[in-house]
Each structure stands twice: as structure tokens, then as C-alpha cells.
Ligand binder design. Structure first.
Ligand code: TNX
Length: 557
């Protein structure tokens, strides 16, 4: 007897019985599809009025301040050049960054040109004008017509962020690293855009698990795509010390030799760290190094016996507990050590900030803690930097230039604000990228609850803590703690797409933020993240489109 293997076999068959069977088969299948769609609408998976948004404004994340579309169409071609003005090194580097993002998928060899005479059609113009102060340090104006793409900013950072908008206005296939068919058209528009908050950050914990320079650069590059401008690097913790300090080399050599679970760990040489800072600088991202103290210091205590009150070095630690270690605040050597570390780190850091942790110092009494933080603040300032600490430092009387980072205790964030100290908002239940999306997420923790895409998006930095007002708040930051995170794929899966939502909260005007509208724009980023080979979480709350075969490789679903 011949077996029917597929619809094709049925169609090719020549007896009537087979034809009837096919008809029944189709009817049954169609009924199932209709029932399934009806069910989805009923249970609210998709709203009946959900539509694929109109290209292109509705694909932008973060949403710009103002967007006007026209009927023009600009076509990027092999003849397109990037004209820069002024033709200095910094603007040339920005132009080259854009060319490097456009050339792989188009297969063109777009070159940087210096503007002279009347602009010619078909080109991209990048200009910084000191007269457009209204755009601020990071704002830009982008005009796309049949003939030109013109990007104007007051400062170079504005050009850099405007370039991210240009990338997002192109078809998502522009992000592939191999030649794609095109066409490379951009719809006509005028965009005027600038950020709501100056602090739009992401934090990566390289202490619990160590990540290579290459991994860190990958994360920085993805952050820049969403206009994030602060990269907080959590360099030390109980499980590892990740940066070479020449005056105390065993911190890295011993303290950097393992990680959670007992793996090899690792540390950045000074040259590697400088390379990270340089890579971030080129993306207008400020690196904020954190040396956590007085708690979270087992790796340092295990490296140098003299830092311990009892003069004995504990074993290296590869578990995930917190709150069990402390520097010896009574010993003078502790302050010599901190002064050396801060001096060396400050010397490598182009940004104005040094984060000193200050969290979960449960072994110290309040008086000792306050005395310690006060003294550390002086040390940081003596090396020309502004101190940042987790909100616990607000128990101390702080200098107004110091910054606190809110993560859990509302009353401490309020104490900071009452002293006139600015707050960075990282509420754990909204911004912690190590929180699981739901009960099925294979990575991460859940002590602050599950945080799905909607939870991560539907909050506001100003109203999050009752009693804070917008002048208290510098912006927001999304930390990724890595107790359970071991690879760059793990990082991507936990950070994306939640980080895109935080970036929008940090950049776009806070009025009328709407999850239903946002999720449709986010859907368009499925194709973009796929093209960039990001192993993102494909939440079923979002009607993704533009995914291709490659997205099937997603490791964690
Ligand atoms: C709390 S937030 C911590 C970290 C942990 C994290 C895990 C903060 C200042 N401390 O030490 O890694 O929770 O989610």
C-alpha cells in the first residue's frame, strides 16, 4: 500500500477519494487557524488593531523628540560620499564610523570627503555648527530629501547619535556584515532630537564572571546603537579583581585567577583597559569604573594578607553569597591601598567619575561605615574625579558633587536627594538585567521579581520613588550582574531587548509613553537584532517581524 506523505502526494494522486481527502484536510486546517487567531485576540496576545507600523518613523528606538515625514526618498548608492565639516580628526572619525557601518551590507566603498563649494546631490553631509546651541551637547537635526542626507549638531556627540538614527531609517538588512541586495532608500523627513536625561547607562559585572575585551566591545557597540552614553564597569567583587594595579599586582594575579563556579577568571592589563576606554570614547560612551568597597572585597583580601584585620588572607571565593567580606577600616594600610588603586584607575579613565560601590557592607557598624565613605570621598576627589556610590552611601553627609545610584531602598534615595545629591535610577525590579523574564527563563535570578519586556518599559525614573522630583534625577542605568551569566550570548539574551526600552526611557520625552505602541516599534527591531546576530529574547508578547533563518539559532527561548 502506498502511504500518503504530504499534500503534494494527494494533489498528484488521480483518484477522487484522494481529492476529497485533500478538501477535508484544507477545511479542517483552515478552521483550526481561524479558531487559533480568535483565541489569541480573546486572550489579548495580539490586539485586534495591531498593525505592522508604517516605515520608517515607527521603527526608531528611542523615539525622536520630533519627526516630520515628506514624500521625498533618498537613495544611497555606490557614488554616495560622506562630506564632513569641519574636516578635523574627530568629525572624520565619526564619518568613518558611519562608512564602516554602511559598507559591509551595501558592498560600497563609501569614502569621507571634505566639503567644498556647492553640495552635490546624492551625498551625506555631517556638520557641527557651534551656533546650534539649542540642540545641546547630544542633540541633532536630520533632514532627508531626494538629494541629500544632512545631519547637523552643536557638538560631535550629536552627530554620533544622529548616525544611529540614519542606521535605523535604512532597511534592517543594512546591519548584516555580508553584502545584501538593497535597495538602500531612506524616506524623506526632518527630525529634531535630543535626550531627556544626560545619564543613560548600562552596567556590566565582569567580576562574578570575567568577559574578554572583545565581548565588552560588542556590548558597547550595541549600547551605542540605542544612544546609551554611560558604561559602568563593575571591576571588582568577592569573586574577582579584574584590572591590573601596578603597585598591588597580586590583586589581578591572585584575585583575578578565578570566578563564580571556579572557572579561570581573568583580568584586563592596563593596555586592554585603555583600549576599552578608547573604544567607548569613540562611541561617545563614558566608562565609569567601579572598585567596590568596603564590602564585596574578598578577592582583594585573599590577595594581600595585610589588608585583613587579623592579618590572614581568606581563600578565594567562587560562590554567590553577598555581604560577608570587608576591608579593615581601622588599618592605615587600607587607605594607602585605596589611594594607590584610585590613583592608577583615575590615570586610565578619561571620564569624570569613579564608582566606589559602598553597597551591602553588612559587617561594618554605621559609624565606621560613614567615616570610611567620608574618607574615600576625599581620596576620589584628590585624584580629580567625582565619586559615585550605591545608595547606601547616602547615610553619610556627602559632597553635592557626589552621585548616588538607587537600586532598592527608596528611603536612601530620598536621603540623597534631601542633601542635594543627584540620583541615578536603577530600581532592581525594573532595570536589573539579571532578573529572569519569567519562570521559564533559564538564566538569571528572581529576588526582585520577574521582569518581562513590559515591566522593564512601563516605569518612569521621576515617578518611580515617591518623593523624588525631576531635578534630583540624573538619569537611569540598567545593571547586568553576572552570577549566572557566562558568555556573550548569555549577556545578549538577558540585555536584549530590555536594554532598548531603558534606552528609550532615558532618551525620549516621558509624555505619552505607551507599551502597545512601543511593542510595535520593538517588533521591527527583531530584524535589526537578527541582522546584528544578537541572541535576543524573542518574547511572545511582541509580534516580531523581519527575522530570518539565522534567528533560529537563538540559544535560549
Ligand atoms: C545585588 S545591587 C547586588 C549585587 C548582586 C545583585 C544580584 C547591588 C548594589 N548589589 O551584588 O550581584 O544583587 O542581582
Amino acid at each position: 500500500m502506498t502511504k500518503i506523505k504530504s499534500n503534494k502526494d494527494l494533489l498528484c494522486g488521480n483518484n477522487n477519494f484522494n481529492r476529497w481527502l485533500l478538501l477535508l484536510h484544507i477545511l479542517f486546517f483552515n478552521t483550526l487557524v481561524i479558531l487559533f487567531q480568535a483565541c489569541q485576540q480573546k486572550i489579548g496576545l495580539f490586539e485586534p488593531d495591531d498593525q505592522i507600523p508604517q516605515f520608517p518613523a515607527s521603527t526608531l528606538i528611542p523615539l525622536p523628540v520630533s519627526y516630520k515625514s515628506t514624500d521625498d526618498l533618498f537613495n544611497l548608492s555606490a557614488e554616495t560620499g560622506i562630506y564632513i565639516e569641519p574636516a578635523n580628526e574627530e568629525i572624520r572619525d565619526i564619518g568613518q564610523y558611519l562608512a564602516d557601518k554602511l559598507n559591509p551590507a551595501t558592498g560600497y566603498e563609501i569614502q569621507i570627503q571634505t566639503a567644498s563649494g556647492i553640495p552635490t546631490a546624492g551625498n551625506i553631509y555631517l556638520k557641527t555648527l557651534n551656533s546650534e546651541a539649542g540642540l545641546g551637547e547630544e542633540g541633532y537635526q536630520l533632514t532627508i530629501t531626494n538629494n541629500f542626507i544632512t545631519l547637523v549638531a552643536y557638538k560631535p556627540a550629536g552627530l554620533f547619535w544622529g548616525i544611529q538614527t540614519i542606521r535605523q531609517l535604512l532597511p534592517s538588512s543594512i546591519e548584516y556584515s555580508t553584502i545584501q541586495p538593497g535597495p538602500w532608500t531612506l524616506a524623506g523627513c526632518t527630525i529634531r532630537d535630543y535626550p531627556r536625561f544626560s545619564w543613560r547607562g548600562a552596567m556590566l559585572d565582569v567580576a562574578r564572571h570575567f568577559f574578554s575585551v572583545e565581548d565588552v566591545k560588542r556590548y558597547l557597540d550595541l549600547m551605542a546603537y540605542y544612544k546609551l552614553n554611560r558604561f559602568h564597569l563593575h571591576l571588582t567583587d568577592d569573586q574577582g579583581w579584574r584590572i591590573m594595579i601596578d603597585s598591588w599586582p597580586d590583586l589581578a594575579l591572585t584575585g583575578g585567577s578565578t570566578e563564580v563556579g571556579g572557572g579561570m577568571g581573568g583580568y584586563y592589563s592596563k593596555k586592554e583597559y585603555a583600549d576599552i576606554v578608547d573604544f567607548a570614547d569613540q562611541r561617545y560612551v563614558v566608562v565609569v569604573p567601579e572598585i567596590d568597597m568596603p564590602g564585596h572585597t574578598n578577592a582583594a583580601l585573599a590577595s594581600y594578607a595585610q589588608l585583613n584585620c587579623n592579618g590572614m588572607a581568606p581563600d578565594l571565593y567562587t560562590g554567590t553569597d553577598v555581604g560577608f567580606s570587608s576591608l579593615c577600616t581601622d588599618k592605615e594600610i587600607t587607605y594607602t591601598f585605596i589611594d594607590d588603586v584610585i590613583r592608577e584607575i583615575a590615570g586610565l579613565t578619561t571620564g569624570s567619575y569613579i564608582h566606589i560601590g559602598g553597597d551591602e557592607a553588612s559587617l561594618l557598624g554605621l559609624i565606621d561605615y560613614v567615616e570610611f565613605i567620608t574618607r574615600i570621598q576625599t581620596i576620589v576627589q584628590s585624584h580629580g574625579k567625582q565619586m559615585i556610590g550605591w545608595e547606601e552611601i547616602a547615610q553619610t553627609i556627602l559632597d553635592p558633587s557626589t552621585i548616588t545610584q538607587h537600586w532598592y531602598h527608596d528611603n536612601l534615595a530620598i536621603s540623597a536627594a534631601q542633601q542635594g545629591v543627584k540620583v541615578i535610577m536603577s530600581p532592581a525590579s525594573r532595570t536589573y538585567l539579571d532578573m529572569k523574564y519569567d519562570a521559564f527563563t533559564p538564566l538569571g535570578q528572581s529576588w526582585a521579581g520577574y521582569t518581562d519586556l513590559q515591566d522593564a518599559y512601563t516605569w518612569d525614573p521621576v515617578t518611580q520613588v515617591n518623593g523624588l522630583t525631576d531635578t534630583d534625577i540624573l538619569g537611569l542605568e540598567a545593571p547586568l550582574w553576572t552570577e549566572t551569566i557566562e558568555t556573550i550570548d548569555n549577556i545578549e539574551f538577558m540585555a536584549f531587548p530590555r536594554l532598548a526600552g531603558h534606552a528609550e526611557i532615558g532618551w525620549s520625552p516621558g509624555t505619552n509613553r505607551n507599551w502597545q505602541e512601543y511593542k510595535m516599534r520593538l517588533a521591527a527591531h527583531g530584524g535589526r537584532l537578527t541582522a546584528m546576530d544578537v541572541d535576543f529574547y524573542q518574547s511572545s508578547k511582541v509580534p516580531w517581524y523581519g527575522l530570518d533563518e539565522a534567528s533560529q539559532k537563538v540559544v535560549y527561548r
